[in-house]
Write a protein that binds this ligand. Structure first.
Ligand SMILES: Nc1ncnc2c1ncn2[C@@H]1O[C@H](COP(=O)(O)OP(=O)(O)OP(=O)(O)O)[C@@H](O)[C@H]1O
Length: 874
């Protein structure tokens, strides 16, 4: 390509200045893309690409009218592009252009999505495993920082906030494994931002400047989190979004305040989307009855970040309790809330300078909902006595009223969406403006009555006065009357049925009206900008009011759901007892005639082995327990007749996931790394849900792993655990290990038909129904019969040790007789049946026994298990 000159040359040299993938440049009334950019945009957005000739060469070109740029930008950014925007401005000798903004997924202000839009940065510690994270939602001004003890915790936070764009710090950039997991667990675009901005001193300075030195010192987060925050701020500034002013507050997200919910668990419990990736059918979609997008955002945040503080949870519970019983007042609140707009978003738009008069009107209307809501609360004794009154009193109500009044005095009732053509402000707001408006209206009246005057004065019929772009103002006279116009009429155009004239007086008024229009437009715009700036200065106030309204909305939503579905307030406590009477699964109960079930767990009964036929309801039962505990720690009521819930520090799940095979990962490998993560992180205060661990490999390997994991959880971790399994063998652990109990989901078999009762009962299931289910599913008869034969043949003795048993403190041995389906304690601890084992089996068992799966990496474990298998087969 020859060196481009002219407009294309200007485009290409601007393109060199930016690292954005695409550039669009203002050329008069259009934004244009040239060259490769034009082709990309043409393909992505189906935009027409034409050819622009420039000095003998020709370049692809695609453009959109200035006012239509936003939807195109949005579409490009949603496809993961970063787009630089160059604006044109006047200079003494013509015009020039410069890049004013780079729009990226995390800095797109024009989003119409109600969800939070987080821009994140993640930084590794210099010589520790620690990570620091920062999250900013530029559309609402929310800014959070968090420490993470290690890479896993950093990934968990990233999954929790689901950022749309991530800035990896300099050290994280080279960690391919970490980046791979970020890509896998979030939909974020990864952007390499200037390394300098992550430098400790510089970041510390940036953050101090933005939020105030003292605030930063009080945050109590480690240096990497500050580095991440500094990088985010510098990125927001550099991309030219101009919203830094709306970021008024920095908050530390302390993991300890929240229930640990790793990415897998958030997915397994289908918190915000189902396993299939739909938002419908998720727990959030089920319980969300919020009226405002800010309320919905807050409720989602609560679900993703359940709390551990009893006082925080009780405040929410008490709010919900009051709202749940005050049905009428609740409906009134929701009705009022339905008129509220997203104040945090409006504040960001005001800071950015893109809020129009309608946006400010929305601010005014929303500010007015706060006292309306406070009135409803005050006039209902139950609500007035609840934490709701403190919630609505938290923002500075007086300042909110002042701002609302100021806006009410300033804004016109129905302003246009353009801000440059007047009509934005009310009479009486500004004296100078009133004078201009008076003169403008006077001329306008003269023009409006001109046609009538001319008709009367000159005896003309068919006269109209109008204006258009080419002719300006004109008097139009019908053909039949056109000959009778007075001499001072000057003809400007002949049409088919009429003629257009102008007069000196009309021309003069036209000049006047244009001057006044311009003056009015300019003055109004100036006054409007000042007003908008004053609103932007109150960003923090708007965020506070927005938060209060969102809180009332989220609580009302939870109360509405509780009241409609018969949910109850759980008794929360810091002990160990988890008792759920007649619990239900919050999502499944919506679509099924649900059979409620009980749970009782405490220190003496901390591990439940859940058995039952396939499809009987084991998974549902366990998830139901996890969801109820989670909802309780959101502060919500729960689907049960009664519940007493001990607060947990984390919920961990290992549930067969559907999507792993699609991702080309070995199911067993995933299963083992998830198990390993649980065994490493769960504590005595955690809730662990294991669904068929060990299923992904050969039966005996599976049993061995399930067995030893159970021992470890019971003996070392003491976490409350529910473990569903098809390995009937594991049910014998209940007799041997204190704290382990069997429950089963009941089914009845009569004349070969199995009826699922969905009722959970004490004790192990009678037997495994696998072959029966195969039969039901229509597997051919001969195959079913033959599998029964094979099962019979497989029933041979195997010996397994139980660790941590009660009878002696020593390891004891039990023999599992697959023939009878029973375990027998060994006759003597070191002799007996053990001698009947061949040396190879014995050595494998010894190694298995001495393997601490908590210390072995999953990959090694896998190959170790394979090796044992080969030795046993030999
Ligand atoms: N308590 C209940 N009341 C009504 N329906 C239920 C109940 N529990 C489970 N179900 C329904 O039963 C079906 C099977 O449940 P689930 O997947 O939990 O079984 P499972 O025992 O875990 O099966 P598998 O062992 O094959 O994984 C689901 O469609 C679920 O909606």
């Amino acid at each position: 390509m020859t060196q481009a000159t002219g407009i294309v040359g200007e485009f290409l040299s601007l393109k060199e200045e930016t690292d954005a993938e695409l550039l669009t440049m203002q050329c008069g009334d259009f934004y244009e893309f040239f060259g490769e950019d034009a082709e990309t945009v043409g393909e992505e957005l189906d935009l027409k690409v034409s050819q622009k000739s420039s000095h003998g060469s020709s370049y692809p070109m695609a453009g959109v009218p200035i006012n239509d740029l936003t939807p195109y930008l949005k579409a490009l950014v949603e496809r993961g592009y970063r787009v630089a925007v160059a604006d044109q401005y006047e200079t003494d000798d013509g015009h020039a252009r410069e890049i004013v903004r780079v729009v990226t997924p995390g800095t797109l202000l024009e989003t119409s999505d109600a969800d939070a839009q987080y821009l994140a940065a993640v930084v590794g510690g210099d010589d520790s495993d620690e990570y620091g994270l920062a999250f900013a939602d530029i559309t609402t001004g929310r800014f959070l920082v968090a420490d993470a003890a290690d890479g896993d915790e950093a990934l968990t936070e990233l999954y929790r906030f689901a950022p749309v764009e991530v800035l990896p710090g300099p050290d994280v950039r080279t960690d391919d494994d970490f980046l791979h997991l970020v890509r896998e667990r979030t939909d974020a675009t990864l952007t390499l931002h200037d390394t300098e901005s992550f430098a400790p001193r510089r970041a510390d300075h940036t953050v101090g400047e933005q939020f105030g030195r003292e605030t930063v010192d009080r945050l109590g987060v480690a240096q990497p989190a500050i580095a991440a925050a500094g990088a985010v701020l510098s990125y927001v500034e550099e991309t030219g979004t101009g919203v830094l002013a709306s970021m008024t507050r920095i908050q530390a997200h302390h993991g300890d305040d929240h229930v640990t919910l790793d990415a897998t668990t958030q997915r397994n419990l289908e918190l915000t989307e189902t396993m299939h990736g739909d938002s419908d059918g998720s727990l959030f979609a089920t319980i969300d009855h919020t009226e405002t997008s800010a309320g919905g955002r807050l409720l989602k945040e609560w679900l993703q970040r359940p709390r551990r503080s009893l006082s925080v949870l009780e405040e929410r519970q008490n709010g919900i309790a009051a709202l749940a019983s005050a049905a009428l007042a609740r409906e009134e609140l929701r009705e009022t809330l339905s008129g509220a707009y997203d104040l945090a978003r409006l504040a960001s738009r005001a800071s950015h300078g893109s809020a129009d008069a309608r946006d400010l009107l929305a601010v005014k209307e929303t500010l007015a909902t706060l006292p309306a809501i406070a009135d409803v609360i005050d006039s209902n004794p139950e609500l007035a006595a609840s934490p709701l009154s403190a919630i609505v009193d938290r923002p500075d109500r007086e300042a909110a009223d002042d701002l609302r009044e100021e806006l009410a005095e300033a804004l016109a009732e129905d302003p246009p969406s353009t801000v440059t053509q007047g009509g934005l402000l009310q009479r009486g707001y500004d004296e100078d403006l009133d004078t201009v408006i008076d003169s403008h209206e006077e001329v306008q009246r003269w023009l409006d009555s001109l046609a009538d005057r001319e008709k009367r004065k000159h005896g003309l019929s068919h006269v109209t006065v109008d204006r258009n772009k080419t002719d300006g103002y004109y008097v139009q006279v019908g053909k039949s009357a056109a000959d009778g116009v007075p001499d001072h009429y000057e003809e400007i155009k002949t049409l088919k049925n009429s003629k257009r004239f102008t007069t000196e007086a009309l021309e003069e008024k036209e000049r006047e009206v244009l001057r006044l229009e311009e003056k009015r437009g300019d003055l109004e715009y100036e006054l409007f900008e000042e007003l908008r700036e004053r609103v932007a200065e109150r960003a923090e106030l708007l965020q506070d009011v927005g938060r209060a309204l969102a809180t009332v909305d989220a609580l009302s939503s939870l109360a509405t759901h509780a009241a409609a579905n018969g949910w109850v307030q759980p008794a929360l406590h810091e002990g160990n007892e988890l008792v759920i009477d007649q619990g239900r699964h919050p999502v499944v109960e919506q679509t099924t005639e649900f059979v409620p079930n009980d749970v009782r767990m405490d220190r003496e009964r901390g591990f439940l082995v859940v058995t039952g036929p396939n499809m009987s309801g084991k998974s549902t039962y366990m998830r139901q327990v996890a969801c109820i505990v989670l909802l309780a720690q959101v502060g919500s009521f729960v689907p049960a007749r009664e519940a007493r819930i001990s607060l947990v520090d984390g919920i961990f799940t290992r549930v067969g996931a559907l999507d792993e095979l699609a991702q080309g990962r070995s199911t067993f490998m995933v299963e083992m790394s998830e198990l390993s993560n649980i065994l490493h992180t769960a504590t005595e205060e955690s809730l662990v849900i294991l669904d068929e661990v060990g299923r992904g490999t050969a039966t005996y390997d599976g049993i061995s792993i399930a067995w030893s994991a159970t021992e470890y959880l019971v003996n070392e971790i003491h976490a409350k655990t529910l473990f569903a399994t098809h390995y009937h063998e594991l049910t014998s652990l209940a007799d041997r290990l204190p704290g382990v109990e069997n429950v089963h989901v009941a089914a009845e078999e009569r004349n070969g038909d199995v009826t699922f009762l969905r009722t959970v009962r004490e004790g192990p299931a009678d037997r495994s129904y696998g072959i029966h289910v195969a039969d039901l599913a229509g597997v051919p008869g001969p195959v079913v019969d033959r599998s029964r034969d094979v099962l019979k043949k497989l029933r041979e003795d195997k010996a397994i040790d139980v660790r941590g048993g009660t009878e002696t403190n020593e390891t004891q041995q039990v023999i599992f007789d697959l023939g009878s389906g029973q375990f027998h304690g060994s006759a003597s601890p070191d002799g007996g049946d053990k001698e009947s084992l061949d040396p190879a089996t014995e050595s494998v068992l010894e190694e298995l026994q001495s393997t601490n799966i908590n210390e072995v990496r999953p990959v090694e474990l896998l190959s170790q298990v394979q090796e044992w298998k080969q030795r046993l087969e030999k």
